[in-house]
Each structure stands twice: as C-alpha cells, then as structure tokens.
Ligand binder design. Structure first.
Ligand code: MG
Ligand code: MG
Length: 259
C-alpha cells in the first residue's frame, strides 16, 4: 500500500531527516585513516542514544539477510556497496567508504547514504563513482514533482549510471519511507519513463542510486549481510529521503544549515 502524508506529517518527518543527515556529517568528519568500522558504529550508537532516536538497522531482519543486523549503521568499504556489517576493520588512506544510516525520531523514519574517500589519496576512478551516483541522485530528485511517475525517477537514475558506462543492478533500489524504513513503492534504479505510480504530494521516497565498477552482479559475504561487487570492482552509493510536495521536491535528509 502506498501511503500519502499530509503537509503536517511531512513537517513531522523533518527532525528525523535532519538527525540522519547530521549523524552522517558528524561521522564523516571523524573518519580518518586508523578509524575502525566498529568505532563508527559505536559513535553512531552514542548519537542515537543522545537524541533518543532508534536505529532502523539494529533489528532489521529481512528474508535475504542473516538477521537481525545487530549494528546501528551500514559501513561498506571499497568493493562492498550495500548492507556492510560493521566489523573489525581499520580504515586506510584511500579507502572508499559508504555509510548508510536510517533512524526513527518521534516515530518517523529518514534514510540516507553517502560515499567518500578516507584520507587524502583520491583515485580519479573513485571520484567518478562518487560523482556519478550523486548526479544520478540529483537527477532522481529533479523528477520528484507531481507531473512525473516512478518510472521517470528510475529512468533518470538508469540513464545517468549507464551514460557514465556502468551497468545497473536491479535487485536493490529506492523505496517509500514514513513510519517504517521500507514501504511501497519500490523505486528501481532503471526503468521506463512515463510508467508506474503517478507521483503526488505526500509521497515520501528514499532514492538510492548505487553502482559497481565492471559488473552488475553482487556477492554476499560469509557474514550474511555485506554485499560486494562479484568482481571486487569498487563501488559507490548515495541516498536521500525526499518528499513530493505541491512546490516540488523537499529533501528531508539535509544537515541543519542547508534546510
Ligand atoms: Mg539507506
Ligand atoms: Mg534506503
């Protein structure tokens, strides 16, 4: 069932959006070579406790995972792209790190992900992965107006990713978000314009283009969660929670100073 929220309910989602954005920004500011993925999970846990929020990941137990997840944030490094289970790994200069964080504040959920390079050594190919997924996310957000359909969002993402020379995996994509993390509709990262559910004010979507180098096939780690590119090519992932309003897209997962 696709749920439409009132303008007042969308306003009620704003604190969750800001919190998720602020946590990602704070974590990014603290990550440097020598930081362990378990440190990041612990820091996120402290921020969650201080805000009296709830991580959507800690109890997350979908059919495909070896649930429950048990950690509060996803940390995916280099060839890992989705659902990276924090484990004892110390980050190095040049590592490509994706942080995916979803939390509930006052009963409303926001979901966002960022990818960045740890330290000062940035491979141009990594920068291109990052830039491509951000561009795809911007293109998707641009479609979040009441005159478009879900297929327009999917097509915009797919065109950006394939236009940059990457193949698209359709197993995981965006989704509705509201009182829970994963709601209808599914938003594939490839699709046909003009198809699917017609966007209308009150629909809130988590849009999340992600990409892998040289493959569209995933492999799962022995931990039962972490998804990597099957060829160990490097990866990137960006996500925002976006409300469709009469006035156009409202990105809820921006840090305080940008809202
Ligand atoms: Mg997410
Ligand atoms: Mg999501």
């Amino acid at each position: 069932m696709i749920e439409l929220l009132s303008p007042r309910q969308i306003d009620q989602m704003r604190p969750a959006g800001r919190f998720v954005a602020d946590v990602l920004q704070q974590l990014r500011g603290r990550v440097e070579p020598g930081v362990n993925l378990l440190d990041i999970d612990a820091w996120a846990g402290e921020l969650i406790a201080r805000r009296n929020a709830r991580s959507c990941y800690v109890d997350y137990a979908p059919a495909f995972g070896r649930g429950p997840f048990g950690k509060v944030i996803c940390t995916s490094v280099n060839d890992a792209v989705l659902h990276g289970l924090p484990h004892d790994y110390t980050l190095r200069d040049g590592d490509l790190l994706s942080l995916d964080f979803a939390a509930s504040v006052d009963g409303w959920v926001a979901d966002s992900a960022i990818t960045f390079v740890v330290g000062d050594t940035i491979d141009p190919a990594d920068q291109r992965l990052i830039d491509t997924t951000r561009t795809a996310l911007d293109a998707a957000i641009g479609m979040c107006t009441p005159d478009h359909r879900i297929g327009d969002i999917s097509a915009a993402i797919g065109a950006t990713l394939t236009g940059a020379g990457y193949r698209v995996n359709n197993e995981f994509g965006g989704h509705g978000v509201g009182r829970t993390m994963h709601q209808d509709p599914h938003v594939s990262n490839t699709g046909r314009p003009g198809r699917g559910f017609g966007l209308r004010p009150g629909l809130v979507l988590a849009l999340e283009p992600w990409v892998m180098t040289g493959t569209s096939t995933l492999a799962v780690d022995p931990d039962g969660w972490t998804l990597r590119s099957s060829n160990h090519g490097r990866t990137a992932h960006h996500e925002h929670t976006v409300a469709i309003t009469e006035d156009g897209p409202l990105v809820l997962t921006l840090p305080d100073e940008q809202t």
